[in-house]
Design a protein around this ligand. Structure first.
Ligand code: PAF
Length: 283
């Protein structure tokens, strides 16, 4: 991949990159379309498929994470992806099992709260693998989904802090007709759980209505605790759902806000059955 990327660079070919863990859905394909828009018809769009072990804790779903390379390949072909980069663990982490892999990339601030608080080793794996993928693909532009808002913020910060010559684009979340954010993990949901999983979207809509509906709410802002209680009440109506966290944060620094008003970001994680779903949205 790197040899090919260097050749493209010498030839002046523009490269757009979409990193994924596979089991593609319409959300991923919207990132491909954005990458294509950025590099134009003459450019190369590369999509990586790699289920990165270092971003999963031992208790998480690495082994059962859904994989279907044949289907992914077909979707990529139909979506106009030029190259699928699908490395394996031996390519990416040679010697790790024997203790011979020891270099990681760590962002120290934005990773502390939200997903980082619930999944303490997750972002070290993400920043490390994204760096490695960038070094293989050498893209000019890379597209990430807004659904993983904290991930996108962390990658943006890493790219700025470490002077990667790469433009990071964050593309909107793609949703099912009932509002559920598309995710490869949605396939874990049992039918009864699938119906309840819309509570993440309904919670956002409810908060937006509270903040935008009340004249004073949009300017002075509402108390996060009061909104959290309202969300807990919505979640309590769904027997399979349990709130992991909901925070109201500045969209760039991810710092919690004292008052929730227009422009801040609501970020949440909810267990529906055994499946942990995340979502976020502008308030
Ligand atoms: O968002 C994902 O699918 C993954 O975290 C990423 C960016 C491909 C890194 O493994």
């Amino acid at each position: 991949m790197q040899r090919q990327a260097l050749q493209w660079r010498r030839q002046g070919v523009r490269v757009g990159f979409v990193p994924t863990m596979g089991y593609l859905h319409a959300g991923h394909l919207s990132l491909v379309a954005e990458a294509r828009r950025r590099v134009g018809p003459e450019g190369m769009v590369v999509l990586s498929i790699y289920v990165n072990p270092t971003q999963f804790a031992p208790t998480e779903d690495l082994a059962r994470y859904p994989r279907d390379f044949a289907r992914d390949s077909r979707l990529c072909r139909e979506a106009g992806v030029d190259v699928i980069f699908a490395p394996n663990d031996a390519d990416m982490y040679a010697g790790r099992e024997q203790g011979l892999y020891s270099t990681y990339v760590v962002e120290e601030t934005l990773t502390q709260g939200l997903e980082g608080a619930s999944r303490p080793t997750h972002f070290r794996g993400v920043t490390t693998v994204v760096t490695k993928l960038f070094n293989c693909v050498l893209p000019e532009v890379s597209v990430f989904g807004a659904k993983d808002w904290q991930q996108a913020a962390v990658v943006r910060r890493m790219v700025a802090d470490l002077q990667f010559p790469i433009r990071i684009v964050v593309a909107p979340t793609t949703r099912e007709p009932d509002g559920l954010a598309m995710s490869s993990r949605n396939r874990y949901l049992q039918p009864a759980e699938r119906a309840q999983a819309t509570v993440l979207w309904r919670s956002q809509a409810w908060v937006r209505k509270q903040v935008r509906g009340s004249g004073s709410g949009s300017t002075a802002g509402l108390r996060p605790e009061a909104l959290r209680q309202g969300i807990q009440a919505l979640i309590a109506e769904c027997p399979a759902a349990r709130l992991d966290y909901v925070e109201f944060v500045d969209p760039d620094t991810l710092r919690p806000v004292d008052r929730v008003r227009r422009g801040c970001r609501m970020v949440m994680a909810v267990f529906v059955g055994k499946t942990r779903l995340i979502d976020n949205g502008a308030i």
